[in-house]
Design a protein around this ligand. Structure first.
Ligand code: SME
Length: 162
């Protein structure tokens, strides 16, 4: 059993520090990428308030394919360059979207989603996929969330490289 807890009042930067620490403890020594993504998706779901989707899209044969996640059933395949996830994969840059309805090409998987944070995952220069987090509230994510999720991506990338 793994028991991770977080105080609901924890500020954003410390919250991400806790997520990174817990994720590291879960993935270290475990070579199965899918198992690791599943646990990290669950941690994000447990530790982040006001989210309706947390999970992964994996780069498989040149397109993004749905990976382990928490939330409602989602789009399975996303071409590189399409939607927020595809933009993160194409540019290899974090996408912080305050209002998904204003994002050209946003792919609505869950009609409740209003803001979104997508961070590319890469290891040794190879793109592995993206971390995707959605919220039903506009502008839920800020630059501290983006930086925290980027720390998470760096910490877990080797354990997801398969
Ligand atoms: N909205 C995303 C698609 C994935 S779902 O949010 C889970 C996008 O535009 O890439």
């Amino acid at each position: 059993m793994f028991a991770f807890e977080i105080n609901p009042d924890t500020p954003t930067i410390e919250r991400w520090d806790e997520i990174v620490r817990a994720a590291g403890a879960l993935v270290d020594g475990e070579p199965d990428a899918i198992a690791n993504m599943a646990n990290v998706a669950a941690l994000l779901w447990q530790f982040l308030p006001d989210v309706n989707w947390t999970g992964f899209y994996r780069l498989v044969e040149g397109e993004l394919v749905l990976g382990p996640f928490q939330g409602k059933a989602a789009c399975i395949r996303i071409p590189i360059g399409q939607g927020v996830c595809g933009a993160a994969a194409r540019t290899r840059k974090t996408q912080l979207v305050d209002d998904v309805r204003a994002f050209e090409g946003h792919i609505a998987c869950d009609a409740d989603s209003r803001s979104e944070l997508v961070v590319p995952l890469a290891h040794d220069g190879r793109l592995l996929g993206v971390i995707d987090i959605d919220s039903p509230y506009p502008a839920r994510f800020d630059t501290d969330d983006a930086a925290g999720c980027e720390r998470l991506a760096r910490r877990i990338a080797a354990a997801l490289a398969g």
